[in-house]
Design a binder for this molecule. Structure first.
Ligand code: AMP
Length: 268
């Protein structure tokens, strides 16, 4: 496994590599990331994983500072998985030119509505990383469904790299794995698991129901009444267009909520 710490290392290492799979991450790796890496190893001749906590996608500075970082453990996981390359650039390597990314008004929904500048930062870093690495395929998780949707749309006409979406990996209690779960204590983890199970059942319950709008607002109230929870949004949207819908066919329930100060997202 080659550890690449800057763009020169990267260019040198990738000189004669084709059929490269790329798994972008912010580190603190868990089984969700590992599943993306396994998909890449299966589909591509070589796999590169990036670890870069992108400051520009944090709309809240404290969130950026507090974001969990575990490089030593990450490297040992990646070594065991026999990943070919790990790219761990610093800010200078990524942000060597200035530009402004804008997302369309129609896309300012869900997290884009509440985390100002977040997806602009995500799209910017994904475009920069993709240009530097030039992979054949990029593996991204459905856990961050809106991110996948926006990055795929942005890169579609700008890059030859193909985005491959991978299913959300959950723990034994249905909670989606996330680096942010490390910030939760046991009691909070159990609350998050309760929310996941509740929404999995809710998604089944609303199939063919006529008053979905009403059921969703009742569900928001119910969740807000659980201890330490504040729902930011809970919405049913079409999974191809992300347009609002009141039909369960081809739809997903999207949630963002806080447990105390920790913000979690998921979709079902
Ligand atoms: P992050 O390190 O949180 O930026 O995530 C890096 C990639 O891993 C993104 O494409 C995420 O969608 C994906 N990912 C994170 N959590 C999961 C999960 N539980 N299951 C599948 N993919 C995930």
């Amino acid at each position: 496994m080659k550890i690449l710490l800057n763009n020169d290392d990267l260019n040198e290492a990738l000189k004669s590599v084709s059929n490269l799979g790329f798994v972008p991450t912010m580190g603190s790796l868990h089984k969700g990331h590992i599943s993306l890496i396994k998909h890449s190893k299966k589909a591509c001749a070589k796999t590169i994983v990036s670890i870069f906590v992108n400051p520009n996608q944090f709309n809240n500075k404290r969130d950026y500072i507090r974001y969990p970082r575990n490089h030593k453990k990450d490297l040992s996981i990646l070594k065991k998985l026999k990943v070919n390359f790990v790219f761990m650039p610093n800010k200078r390597d990524i942000y060597n030119s200035k530009r402004i990314i804008k997302i369309a008004k129609k896309d300012k929904i869900l997290c884009a509505k509440y985390r100002k500048g977040h997806f602009e930062g995500v799209i910017d870093v994904m475009d920069r990383l993709t240009n530097l690495i030039n992979p054949r395929k990029i593996f991204m998780g459905e856990k961050d469904f809106q991110q996948l949707y926006l990055v795929r749309n942005y890169l579609k006409n700008r890059s030859k790299s193909k985005i491959i979406s991978c299913k959300t990996i959950r723990d034994n209690y249905n909670l989606a794995l996330s680096s942010r779960n490390l910030l939760l204590n046991n009691k909070e983890l159990n609350i998050a698991r309760k929310v996941s199970n509740n929404l999995i059942n809710f998604k089944r319950y609303i199939i063919n129901k006529k008053n979905i709008n009403k059921l969703i607002s009742l569900k928001i109230n119910e969740l807000n009444n659980l201890t330490d929870i504040k729902v930011e949004y809970l919405e049913l949207r079409n999974k191809f267009t992300l347009g609002k819908t009141f039909k369960t066919k081809n739809s997903k329930i999207f949630i963002a909520y806080y447990i105390k100060k920790i913000r979690l997202i998921d979709n079902f």
